[in-house]
Design a protein around this ligand. Sequence first.
Ligand code: B3K
Ligand code: ZN
Length: 950
Amino acid sequence: MAAPANDAEEISEAEEEEHKLPPHPTTPQQKSRKDYAPPPYLIANVDLDFDLREEACTVTSRLTVTPNYGQLPAGAAPPPLVLDGRKDVKLVSVAVAGRKLEAGEYQLTDKTLTLSGLPEGEFGVEVVTELKPQDNTLLEGLYKSSGNYSTQCEAEGFRGITYFLDRPDVMAKYTTRIEADAAAYPVLLGNGNLKETGQADGGRHYAVWVDPYPKPCYLFALVAGKLAMKERHFTTCSGRDVTLRIFVQERNLGKADQALESLIHAMKWDEDTYGLEYDLDLFNIVAVDDFNMGAMENKSLNIFNSSRVLASPATATDLDYSRLEGVVGHEYFHNWTGNRVTCRDWFQLTLKEGLTRYRDQEFTSDMNSRAVKRIEDVMLLRASQFTEDGGPMAHPVRPDSYIKMDNFYTLTVYNKGAEVVRLYETLLGKAGFRKGMDLYFQRHDGQAVTCDDFRAAMADANGVNLDSLGVWYGQAGTPHLHVRTAYDGISQTYTLTCRQRTPPTPGQPDKRPVLIPIRLGLLGPDGSDLPLRLRHKDGSVEDLGTTGVLRFETAEASFTFVEVGPAEPVPSLLRGFSAPVKLEVEGQTDEHLYFLLAHDSDPFNRWESGQRLARKLLMRMYHAAAAAAPAANSADGGHEAAAANGLQGDELRARVELACAAFGGVPDSLVEAYRAVVTDPALDGSFKAMAMSLPTLNELMEGVEGGADPPLLHACRLALSRALAGVLRPELQAAVKDNSDPPEQPYRYAADACARRALKNRALALLSTLEDPAITAELLRRFREATNMTDEIAALGCLVELSGPEREAALTAFYDKFTHDPLVLLKWLGLQAGSNAPGNLERVRALTSHPAFNISNPNNCYALLLGFSHSPAHFHAADGSGYAFLADAVLKVDGINHQVAARLVAPFSSWRRYDPPRQALMKAQLQRILEAPRLSENVFEIASKSLKAA
Ligand code: B3K
Ligand code: ZN
């Protein structure tokens, strides 16, 4: 099992030895899960008073502190109370039990305020602090965005407001009084119910908010500003009226309706699916421009990154609409999974995030196409979470240690965590899962609990033992599942022999088997599902219907099906992607895959078969092209991927096409399979669009042994798209034509309308790779005539990859049209950032000083700087120029916002996936980052751990 986590000293010593790291100015403290201890004090009530003023804000916090240390030994003094704080929080005064303390009576450091000599029993503490929100560029704690006050407290931002026990197992009832200038800040919002409002001296006013539900401080929020509002109502299942409001800047009022609509859907869905009703009379949403993450589930005052919550047909794409629905749902669902039942400590983050991500995935599936949603979720998991799990930052869904918790809001905790929750559902069925959820709330409402408590509720509600699921929480890395099949024609039996292995990850050399539910079917010769009759060890036979679930939890096991008939069946394994593993089916032929693609009753596996076929071909192309390149270029004496290094543009393209032609090009059978998909009238357009999408570059990279050459791999992907588009041109053009709506048709965000746009735009994207002037002209025309952002950005996205005059014309037109809409300009920045068009690094560099770019705004950094890391051609340029550019950006941003900077380091963490010359270049940049003075703990953690695995 997991080796015990290193403590802070071990980490930094090892770092210094291996990489000669300069000691970090404040040796970052690594926190370990095994060190959890309950707090010696609890806080029952928090009474906060915010006096918001332009130069400085004063916060008065009155706490009711209760002992939690149990019986004191006779004569022993109560333990000290250590409150968390932050350097930029100025302590004005502190009083205990009504008496103001003198300077020598408490201890103050950059991070803590320690109070000793405390009374026994309950006592009051009053802390007064002074803040400068206008200077808070970290965007944690209280800060200003677009002239308004706003907060972000998860994970540890509350200590940026006042000295407090900033940990989730301290749950208190909050009262918040906010006072500010009435003209500049007419809207004053807090958690819970609005109890009182009134005028104050000097043109000021105030509001008092009372939250009746105990909560950890990370769920505290406050907003004060000039905001416009839209309102709707929801009647809960028990007949209560809830007022729903969204607050936005005046100019964004036209983009606020969809959020309220999605919120209503989410509230209804949670009642219908889980019987969970909203528990207050008011629910507020606020859109904020400067926000590190997507959104935050503060009790009854959800704060969103404006890019996630504002939408209109002219400014948001179908993808934006669907994400909005998902994220509004996610934050709302947290009210029960996260707020009413919260995490005991931050190591348990997946308790709320994995579960809530699972819930938002299910919500989106029920609102739209379940099959398409599953495919999208698996694509993301494989493209990004598998990468994380295979890299130096690999961590279990319940991490063992961290330096900065904010670095652990990862795809592993969220999305792999959601897959782990899905395992319960797969094993227990929907009804059994619901029973488990009911018991979980019955037992733990109002508590701060652990992932083990969740598992126990699931097990106890169903009377089963789920202990073996525990391994998923503690083990990092993606399990490999290997299946061998054997058909016996004489006995008409079919046996699957399964083996599993989880690769070692940093700190976890040895792995245990995990419980893998394998959902499967067996296809007969006509493509229909055979009845599944599983023979048990005792000889009894169990009827599993036509789709069954095998429980595979040892290193190796066999499963035999009887009465399978006179022909060898074709297995459809891991239907619906029933576990987050890498599946290899020994002896699976292309014929099997074509057969599954044509017939599988499981839509996920139909799609998956196409992906596997494309992946195999792409890998063949890649290796052929890499081997064909002159070895003289090779920096490591013959490493094949390195051999094509440095080739660019047309040369690279020619190399790939030649190599592909040498083995006969794209097989007819693949072309025919794609043709069948595009022209099948029974298939949903969104599904077709997914089926016509090639495996992502990230996913392909995983498959290249010894490290990939991204520009070469990208060139192969492009070559395959081009080849398919060349042969299927008539079918693709027909798909474009048949799915184009007349210009007078108003935009609708609805499954059927989105499906038409998805198919049309996917077909256009494939056609665009032909670089045929007629098609390029059509793209430009479609761009100009688009009546919604989905079509507009789809056309622009194609044009941006081309290098002709159309590219510039479209980019300029788009900028001119949206100069005054910073949210839309994020798309404009993002498209240019990720483009592979020749010479694009210079363009991206120039954009960093463009008026549309603001380095202090997280969305801008994500669009342009992180967006640049998505360009295989330029971020991974063989000369290292792309890496140097991003590392410069990391250092610059780290001086402003640590969380954002840490996210910009992530692309370097996967250095091991690339060819040796690139590995060296990336590691050199990580080293350079680490040597920079005044590095934040956030960046230090990612960069040092990334290098440590070298
Ligand atoms: N819980 C927040 C994320 C908080 C981020 C802390 N750095 C959003 C969410 O998952 O709902
Ligand atoms: Zn969440």
